[in-house]
Design a protein around this ligand. Structure first.
Ligand code: AMP
Ligand code: ZN
Length: 114
């Protein structure tokens, strides 16, 4: 766990969150400031700064994040209507929290990127 990392604190249960999924590798919870009717964050339990810090040994974890995303999309009823997975990386990528996370967005027609 990294000091002063908000997502590490959520994973550790030190900060409350509206959790939707949890296992040994990942935790998923509703975004506190949703930009779509469904807006869930899927985060590794391990502190990884960003995609810029991923290593080959993270591949099982990274693949698992997609499987969990599909499962949550089904549970929240957006698997058929469609959804978007976003991983902001670094300052130009719009990353605000430096603990790797995947946004799962759905429940409305999302605009084009850029
Ligand atoms: P990013 O800009 O990709 O780093 O996204 C960070 C996301 O974390 C934003 O969508 C925030 O609304 C969300 N966020 C920040 N703090 C919390 C929190 N305590 N609980 C849930 N979501 C949060
Ligand atoms: Zn962290």
């Amino acid at each position: 766990m990294a000091q002063d990392c908000i997502f590490c604190k959520i994973v550790a249960g030190e900060i409350p969150s509206k959790q939707v999924y949890r296992d040994d590798l990942v935790t998923a919870f509703h975004d506190i400031n949703p930009v779509a009717p469904v807006h869930v964050l899927i985060v590794p339990n391990e502190h990884i700064l960003s995609v810029a810090a991923v290593k080959p040994e993270h591949e099982p974890l990274l693949g698992h994040m997609f499987t969990v995303a599909r499962q949550i999309a089904e549970e929240l009823g957006v698997a058929e209507s469609g959804f978007r997975l976003v991983v902001n990386t670094g300052s130009d990528g719009g990353q605000d929290v430096y603990h790797l996370h995947m946004h799962l967005l759905g429940g409305k027609r999302l605009g084009r990127l850029g």
